[in-house]
Structures are given as structure tokens and as C-alpha cells.
Design a protein around this ligand. Structure first.
Ligand SMILES: [Mg+2]
Length: 389
């Protein structure tokens, strides 16, 4: 089996004005993704998706990565990853057994592009084997607990919003630290108190600060939230501030989760070395695809850290995340977005199997999902930022 063509298709999912929600990230105008298709000489097509700015990702895939992939066999998925990561130094890197990544490929949008291609490689590889991706990776389970990820409502409205997630059957739910009413510690405590009332004592409740706080404020907030039995405090501070994150962690008994903005195993190694996290949250469409996330899972497992994959984006990203969850032993829970996301929920012919708070693995070969006929037309790329202030 040989790769004969690699394509990258920019996509967007505009949010209609009445559905736009405001957070500390701004007002959500649209969601972007780049769909990546890898075609082989035996007629199979693998599908991946990358985060990042779609026209930039498409240019990286088409001009930098695709020429290196033509003629490669998808069964050599580790080799393909190393080729993309090390670039012109792939041969000496593999001969010596020492990574020699090209400077721009270590992180940022190039790593996001590599991630998207890697997912497509695994999809086509598993299709050729006739088994689901998680079984090709090595299956550990066929269902995983999901958590409802949302929680933007202001003040006491958080009670009904989070209670609604529990009513859908979720046994864990996450809310944003900054609601539509803006941020103050008092606001946040009021919302968390309301959310706890809404979900009751037995549902796990998590809070996410989107890396929007400075260390002393995050420490004060963590203290103030301790009475509400919080399962994790996500991204309390900047993802670049692993030392600050560690200070927050040392100050509270609430577990700290982070990693959705990290790239490669080295980003996670730094967080581990700083003792900044209890739960690692790699994103398969950013951190390095299924190949690198498997290494991250092993690395975190060696420190008894749990994995809760970040899974907020287009359907291909969510599908790939399901396979991560089914194949990483230290994964205990998977994010299930409660936002307005047609490009996640209406992209495929096949529905996701989410029942009684669990996400079930698809039993079809590859990622197990096929694009709806109108998908490329419906989610055509539109220029402009994803968030506006
Ligand atoms: Mg988050």
C-alpha cells in the first residue's frame, strides 16, 4: 500500500448570531478545522483533522508534508511521523535514534498539521487492516465515561444549565470559570455553588479557567472552590507557565488539569517535571496525532497521571479522541462538548454512540465515520477570526 495523494481542505462552522456565546475568549463567531485526506493506491482514503488556521495548515500540508509522504506505506506510521517531525534530517534521526526535529516542526501550526496527517494515516491503516483505529492501537476498553463540557451561564442560571447535563445522564460535567457575567472570584463561587446544586452531590464537577488567570488569583480561586468538591481545576494559568501552574497545584487539594495547548511529548514532560498537573489533556489534533499522543499517554502513565483528552472541535477530532480514550489505559474520561457545534455533530452519516453518560467505540474499520454528502459544501471555509471582542 502506497500513499498517492494528500489533500487539505479548510473548513468553517459559522455560529448564527442568536447562538453565539461569550466567554473570556471572546464571542464565538465560528469554529475552524482543516480536513486532511490521505489516498492510497489500493483505493482507500484516510481522514484526519488539524487545529490551527485552515489556509495556513493547508499550505503546510500541501507544500511541506505531502511531498514527503507520496510513496510511503501507511503501515509505517511511526516512520511517517518521524519523517514529518524531523523533516530533512529524518534519516540521520532514525539512524542515530535521536530526534532532530526541524525548528518549525517542533510545535505550533506545523505540529497541528502533522497531527492531522497522522490521524489520517491511522484511519487508512486501520481501514486496510479491517479494524477500528482503537483496536489497531491496542484496545483497552470499548466504552469510556464522558463528561458534559459547557457551563457558561451567569449566576444562579448555572444550576439549570449544569443540572441539564446531569439530566442527560452525564456523571461528570465541566463549567467555565468565566461565565457570561464576567469574572470575579465572588461571581465564580456563586456560579459553582449553583452548579453544584444543579448536579447534586454525586456528579463530578470540573472548572476550566482557559488559562485566563494570574497565579495568585488562581490560588485564591482554588481555595474558594474547595468546599464544592471540584474534580479538577483546568488551565488555571498560562500554558507556558508550568512553574505557576505548579504553585497553584501545591496550594490546593483540587487536582490540576492542563495540556490542551501543549505540543508533543516534550510539552507534557515539562509539565510533569514541574509537578504542575494531576490530569493530562492532550489534543489529538494539536499535540502530534495518535502516534505522539500514545507516547504522551505512556509518559504520563509512568507518573501515575490520568489522561482526559481535550476533544473540542470538528467531528474528525472527536472521532479520533474516542479512539485515544479506548486505547490509553490511563484515560478515565472523555470530553463531550455541549456547545453549538454542527461541524462536530452533523458532519458524519453515522451518529456517535453516547448513552447513559458513556461514549461507546464505533465498531467500523478506521475511525468509523464517513462524511455526509453535503459536508464540504455546508462547512466551506470562511475568512475571519474564530472569536471577536
Ligand atoms: Mg479547556
Amino acid at each position: 500500500m502506497k500513499i498517492i495523494r494528500v489533500r487539505a481542505i479548510p473548513m468553517s462552522d459559522p455560529v448564527p448570531p442568536e447562538r453565539r456565546h461569550r466567554t473570556d475568549l471572546g464571542t464565538k463567531m465560528k469554529s475552524d478545522a482543516t480536513l486532511i485526506l490521505v489516498e492510497t493506491d489500493n483505493g482507500l482514503t484516510g481522514m484526519g483533522a488539524a487545529l490551527g488556521t485552515p489556509p495556513v495548515i493547508a499550505a503546510i500540508v500541501e507544500h511541506e508534508l505531502a511531498p514527503e509522504l507520496i510513496g510511503e506505506d501507511p503501515m509505517f506510521s511511526e516512520r511517517i511521523f518521524e519523517k514529518m517531525y524531523n523533516g530533512s534530517r529524518a534519516k540521520p534521526a532514525l539512524d542515530r535514534g535521536v530526534p532532530q526535529a526541524e525548528t518549525s516542526r517542533r510545535s505550533g501550526m506545523v505540529m497541528e498539521a502533522i497531527s492531522g496527517v497522522d490521524i489520517a494515516i491511522w484511519d487508512v491503516k486501520a481501514k486496510a487492516l479491517g479494524i477500528p483505529v482503537y483496536q489497531a492501537l491496542g484496545a483497552v476498553r470499548d466504552k469510556v465515561r464522558g463528561y458534559a463540557s459547557g457551563g457558561w451561564a451567569p449566576g444562579n442560571e448555572a444550576e439549570a444549565e449544569l443540572g441539564g447535563y446531569a439530566a442527560k445522564g452525564f456523571t461528570a460535567a465541566k463549567m467555565r470559570v468565566v461565565g457570561r457575567d464576567g469574572f470575579s472570584i465572588e461571581n465564580c463561587v456563586r456560579r459553582v455553588e449553583a452548579a453544584r446544586r444543579g448536579v447534586g452531590p454525586n456528579v463530578e464537577l470540573m472548572v476550566d479557567a482557559h488559562a485566563s488567570l494570574e497565579t495568585p488569583v488562581a490560588i485564591r480561586l482554588a481555595k474558594a472552590l474547595e468546599p464544592y468538591n471540584i474534580a479538577w481545576f483546568e488551565e488555571p494559568v498560562s500554558p507556558d507557565n508550568h512553574a505557576g501552574m505548579a504553585e497553584v497545584r501545591a496550594s490546593t487539594r483540587i487536582p490540576i488539569a492542563s495540556g490542551e495547548r501543549e505540543f508533543s511529548r516534550y510539552g507534557f514532560r515539562s509539565m510533569i517535571e514541574h509537578k504542575s498537573i494531576d490530569i493530562a489533556q492532550p489534543d489529538v489534533a494539536r499535540a502530534g496525532g495518535l502516534t505522539e499522543i500514545r507516547r504522551i499517554a505512556a509518559l504520563t502513565a509512568a507518573h501515575d497521571l490520568r489522561l482526559a483528552p481535550h476533544a473540542w472541535g470538528a467531528g474528525v477530532l472527536f472521532a479520533a479522541s474516542i479512539h485515544v480514550a479506548m486505547s490509553a489505559a490511563n484515560c478515565h474520561i472523555l470530553e463531550v462538548s455541549q456547545g453549538y457545534m454542527p461541524m462536530m455533530n452533523e458532519l458524519f452519516n453515522e451518529p456517535y454512540d453516547i448513552r447513559d453518560g458513556y461514549v461507546h467505540a464505533p465498531d467500523r474499520p478506521g475511525l468509523g465515520f464517513t462524511l455526509r454528502k453535503d459536508a464540504l459544501e455546508r462547512f466551506k471555509y470562511v475568512e475571519g477570526p474564530e472569536f471577536a471582542f
